[in-house]
Write a protein that binds this ligand. Structure first.
Ligand code: S3P
Length: 428
């Protein structure tokens, strides 16, 4: 589907964004492995999270309310999953795949996992290598790096200490989940802090987990007890609307109920450095996760440097920050973000090409990009989404301030993480 975006003269109103994608995945995973029934409120019904739901159903878990925001997961306990009778198709979801490979390596049955054209190009050796050290057996293309991958789990996993070369919550979480099935302790040490939803939720469900700076350690064989989970709004989705309101004249919006976990709020720090006009209201906490309402106004943005340890805290927000940078006075440098090259698409290449198409001066770096602001967006062009939800939505936001309409090819991918994105934009 082609999405047409017309320029707007203001954005105004109060809205809620859909549930957090990372927390929604983990709620189904831990709810399945817990004993008892886990009620989930505010679940993200985007395609990625539905891939997680389908996979656990295929592994024998009963889940009620599928397709809605309120679900009930009938936990089967740590050792209650059953061998699926077909290949698990995980669609576009890297999070499902990498976390699942950790869980599957602790099951004494055989599973094959695969995914769509994008997922089948994404590196899995970042988890299959350390999980093999713990005793998991993986077979797949390119030395068990590329899907389809088959897993022969076992009951003889051993805990390890792993110094991860990448700051990746998916790698960390995969090992911690395998660690639930291993003998002894499993410890992961990251080079920089990545999102910690797995640690928070494991603790909330009763696992024995210890966090010390960049080190996380989990004890094997915990009793996980079902608990209600209220999923906060996804800050990664809110970021598109924050930038939209900042760059569109005469705007003032409130985004209610947004997760502002400090391992996810890099976009808030970056936009603050860029002179964004916003405030966090009503700070509170639900099931171990901080949330707030965010009030955002049209802003006179300025260029900045986004790099180092800030990168993992805003890794999914870089495409939309690049759009913000195009409307900021001065140069913005984004570096140390090589991980963007192995996301749903190569997001550096995609943003450089599409911003250039929109007439914005941008230079590609191996690990990021440099954007010169403030530039006008002429529009009147057809952009490519690269089948990547965050690229499609970033370009849509650019369209709000272009002179003429812009169109975005293959925009269906927006359903991966933000199914009502266009409706919300229209309503504001
Ligand atoms: C996620 C972790 C991030 C992020 C992805 C979701 C998660 O990936 O990009 O959208 O839920 O754990 P990495 O941790 O691999 O960078």
């Amino acid at each position: 589907m082609k999405l047409k975006i017309s320029p707007k003269d203001k954005l105004q109103g109060k809205i809620k964004v859909p549930g957090d994608k990372s927390i929604s995945h983990r709620a189904v995973m831990l709810g399945s492995l817990a004993e008892g029934k886990t009620e989930i409120e505010g679940f993200l019904t985007g395609e990625d999270c539905l891939s997680t739901v389908k996979a656990f159903q295929d592994l024998g878990v009963k889940i009620e309310g599928v397709g809605t925001e309120n679900m009930l997961v009938h936990g089967v306990g740590l050792h209650g999953l059953k061998e699926a009778d077909n290949v698990l198709d995980l669609g576009n979801s890297g999070t499902t795949t990498r976390l699942m490979l950790g869980i599957l390596s602790g099951q004494d049955f055989y599973t094959v996992v695969t995914g769509d054209d994008s997922l089948r190009t994404r590196p899995m050796d970042r988890v299959t290598v350390p999980l093999s050290k713990m005793g998991g057996s993986f077979y797949g293309r390119d030395g068990a790096n590329l899907l389809p991958i088959s897993v022969l789990g076992g009951s003889d996993l051993k805990g390890i200490t792993y110094n991860s070369p990448v700051a990746s919550a998916q790698v960390k979480s995969s090992l911690l989940l395998a660690g639930l099935y291993a003998e002894g302790e499993t410890e992961v040490i990251e080079p920089a802090k990545s999102r910690d939803h797995t640690e928070r939720m494991l603790e909330y469900f009763g696992a024995d987990i210890e966090v010390d700076g960049l080190k996380v350690k989990v004890e094997a064989n915990p009793k996980l007890t079902a608990k209600k989970i209220v999923v906060p709004g996804d800050i990664s989705s809110a970021a598109f609307l924050m930038v939209a309101a900042m760059i569109t004249e005469n705007s003032e919006i409130i985004i209610e109920n947004v997760g502002v976990n400090p391992t996810r709020d890099g976009v808030i720090e970056a936009l603050r450095k860029m002179n964004g006009n916003f405030e966090l209201l009503n700070k509170r906490e639900v099931n171990g996760e901080p949330i707030a309402d965010i009030k955002v106004k049209n802003s006179q943005l300025k260029g900045t440097i986004i790099d180092g340890d800030l990168i993992p805290l805003l890794i999914d927000e870089i495409p939309i920050l690049a759009v913000a940078a195009s409307q900021a006075d001065g140069k913005t440098i984004i570096k140390d973000a090589k991980e963007l090259r192995v996301k749903e698409t190569d997001r550096i290449d995609a943003m450089v090409k599409e911003l250039t198409r929109l007439g914005i001066e941008v230079q590609e770096r191996e690990d990021g990009m440099e954007i010169i602001g403030k530039q006008e967006i002429k529009g009147g062009v057809v952009c490519q989404s690269y089948h990547d939800h965050r690229i499609a939505m970033s370009l849509a936001v650019a369209g709000l301030i272009s002179e003429d309409d812009i169109e975005i090819e293959n925009s269906d991918c927006i359903n991966i993480s933000f199914p009502n994105f266009k409706k919300i934009l229209d309503r504001l």
